[in-house]
Design a protein around this ligand. Structure first.
Ligand code: HEC
Ligand code: HEC
Length: 361
């Protein structure tokens, strides 16, 4: 009986070992399985064996039910024991094949790639340098991940949460493979930071913002991190600057500060209301289609209304559209926009300023 058990065990171990090269050969070795169609035929053979085995086992158990011999036969218990072992190992093998496969993801072209001790000189021009790799540890230790995510979802590009992110910026698995550990985050009390280094590649700004976020964003709920040592702040800032920039470009000093935004306060208010009031759910700012008309180049255009008449989109038209959307319904759109009579004059002006900033005459 022991011999049989050993045989079963050996067979169980041998089978996945022998079969895994075949399974790997079924795929592009660099891509983990993401849908059942991508699994190789051997995977399904293994799965069928496990399921079929369990089915036969159930039949076998049913057959013997009520037919207990007077003295329990040890042979049957041994067979039962080896069956359990075989099934467990089969299941494990199924898991391992997938797990091995999943580990073979190569870094993407823009993968975050910093090693311990490697420093980054401030692309902002100040004579600062910091260690992005160590900064990541500070990021973890300070709990930044409680409020900030480090991945961009496809929907963030559409809803505006990606703050200017384009379709090609959406995070891929390969972007993360060089991180010593993954801190993708789940909660977004603050903005996603995937591209923060591309937006503001300036360590002085990042350190100052960490020391006192309300100096720049008066209503920020982000805690102050002025208690951190200068080195921690610099490493953290270097880490932030490393996000969204190619390491090679950063090291070669090729990352330039983007043009300072000359947005006035009204546009900024409008832009934040656009998101916080949920206009973003129905209106896009980049010309793409949504439930409502896009705001891109809306100002100054002549709108055709549902009744066939036309109206010039000026400030008064915009404000009426927000306070009483049912008054003038744009052609080819439903009359379902909620009215926003609760908005103050300042908020209305902000929204109008923001819409104007998106182009048009
Ligand atoms: C309690 C939530 C919270 C925590 C914790 C937090 N933040 Fe923030 N963070 C915010 C909010 C809200 C904003 C948006 C307002 C602002 O810019 O201050 C923000 C903005 C930012 C920005 C963008 C600044 C800009 O000008 O666009 C950076 C960078 C940032 N945080 C980094 C960090 C780092 C690094 C940590 C950890 C040391 C951290 N945050 C911890 C809430 C948080
Ligand atoms: C539930 C979806 C929805 C939401 C939310 C929504 N809108 Fe609209 N909006 C529409 C639709 C549909 C139209 C076109 C029909 C109409 O004119 O009423 C429209 C039209 C408009 C227009 C006129 C556009 C044009 O081409 O003439 C403006 C301006 C406008 N909305 C502003 C806003 C603002 C500001 C907010 C947020 C405070 C907002 N909308 C929120 C659906 C929405």
């Amino acid at each position: 009986m022991r011999k049989q058990c050993l045989l079963a065990l050996g067979g169980t171990l041998l089978f996945p070992l022998l079969s895994s090269p075949w399974v790997f050969a079924q795929h592009d070795a660099h891509r983990p399985w993401s849908s059942p169609e991508e699994a190789g035929w051997l995977y399904w053979l293994l799965a069928a064996l496990v399921i079929g085995g369990l089915f036969l086992f159930a039949l076998w158990a049913l057959y013997w039910r009520g037919k207990e011999p007077e003295k329990p036969s040890t042979g049957r218990y041994h067979a039962l024991g080896s069956l359990v072992v075989v099934m467990t190992l089969f299941t494990l093998a199924l898991y391992l094949i997938v797990a091995f496969q999943a580990q073979s993801t190569p870094p993407s072209a823009r993968a975050w790639d910093w090693t311990p001790g490697e420093t980054l000189a401030d692309p902002g021009g100040a004579n600062l340098s910091g260690e992005p790799y160590r900064g990541y540890d500070v990021f973890l230790a300070q709990g930044c991940t409680y409020c900030h995510t480090l991945y961009l979802r496809p929907e963030d590009v559409v809803t505006g949460w990606g703050e200017g992110a384009k379709a090609e910026d959406v995070s891929q698995i390969g972007d993360f493979v060089n991180f010593p550990y993954a801190l993708l985050g789940t909660q977004r009390d603050g903005p996603d930071l995937t591209l923060i280094g591309r937006k503001i590649p300036d360590m002085t700004y990042q350190m100052e913002h960490l020391r006192d976020p309300r100096k720049f964003k008066p209503k920020s709920v982000m805690p102050t991190y002025g208690y951190l040592s200068d080195r921690d702040l610099r490493d953290l800032a270097a880490f932030l600057v490393s996000l969204g920039n190619l390491p090679a470009e950063l090291k070669a000093g090729q990352v330039k500060q983007p043009e300072p935004t000359t947005q006035d306060a009204a546009v900024q208010l409008g832009q934040s209301l656009y998101r916080s009031l949920g206009c973003v759910g129905c209106h896009t700012a980049d010309g793409s289609a949504s439930a409502g008309p896009t705001w891109k180049e809306l100002f100054g255009k002549t709108e055709t209304l549902a009744d066939g008449s036309t109206a010039l989109v000026d400030e008064a038209y915009l404000i009426e559209s927000i306070l009483a959307p049912g008054e003038k319904v744009v052609q080819n759109f439903g009359n379902f926009m909620p009215p926003y009579p609760q908005l103050s004059q300042e908020q209305l002006d902000g929204l109008v300023a923001y819409i104007k900033s998106l182009g048009g005459q």
